[in-house]
Design a binder for this molecule. Structure first.
Ligand SMILES: Nc1nc2c(ncn2[C@@H]2O[C@H](COP(=O)(O)OP(=O)(O)OP(=O)(O)O)[C@@H](O)[C@H]2O)c(=O)[nH]1
Ligand SMILES: [Mg+2]
Length: 179
């Protein structure tokens, strides 16, 4: 049985904890604590260490799902969590002040990991803010000379997140079967 590990990252409120909860076939492990700072304006709790869940594929393969904290003050967890990972799912919240800046920041922060593996990007909250469009993101990525899979997702919808994971796995190995 093959076991894989993928990592979810992105800014506060992008939906990492929600996505792992939507996708996991076992009750996820969360380390959310009451938000005591400006994060509180957006939602009552924030991840302080990690999220963990498991996705079971039909052929018996297991994918371990790890979510990072969004807050930069917990960025020491980012490297710990990426160790041994197959690739990165980057979630970006389209309602944030500057989602392109968020994208550049996370692609840069995880730059060495991504260059050794792969990344797929999901844009959340597009139901609340339709701009920038996926096309606008494509243009930004072209400037960065990157061509990851990128599409609109709702972190609450299992199928959306599942497709994103399949896209990541496919970019790593077009031979990997879907679940
Ligand atoms: N309207 C809308 N809400 C969404 C969407 N995706 C996620 N959400 C909501 O946005 C919030 C995301 O919160 P979390 O999952 O805690 O975010 P996080 O990325 O884990 O944040 P930190 O742990 O603080 O870094 C939740 O309340 C979700 O229900 C979406 O596409 N549209
Ligand atoms: Mg979280």
């Amino acid at each position: 049985m093959t076991q894989y590990k993928i990592i979810f990252s992105g800014p506060v409120g992008a939906g990492k904890t929600t996505a792992i909860q939507s996708l996991s076939d076992v009750p996820p492990v969360k380390t959310d604590a009451t938000a005591s700072d400006m994060t509180k304006k957006r939602k009552p709790s924030t991840t302080v260490a990690m999220d963990y869940g498991v996705m079971k594929l039909e052929d018996g393969e297991t994918i371990h799902l790890y979510g990072t904290p969004g807050q930069e003050r917990f960025d020491f967890m980012w490297e710990i969590l990426t160790t041994g990972g197959l690739g990165l799912i980057l979630l970006l919240d389209n309602t944030r002040a500057d989602p392109f800046q968020d994208m550049r920041f996370f692609l840069d922060s995880f730059g060495s990991f991504i260059s050794n593996t792969s990344v797929a990007i999901g844009i959340t909250q597009m139901d609340l803010s339709s701009k920038p469009s996926i096309d606008d993101y494509h243009k930004q990525l072209k400037e960065l000379d990157l061509k990851p899979a990128i599409f609109s997702v709702d972190a609450r919808v299992k199928n959306d997140i599942s497709l994103l994971v399949q896209a990541l796995l496919f970019s790593l190995d077009p031979g990997l079967k879907d679940g």
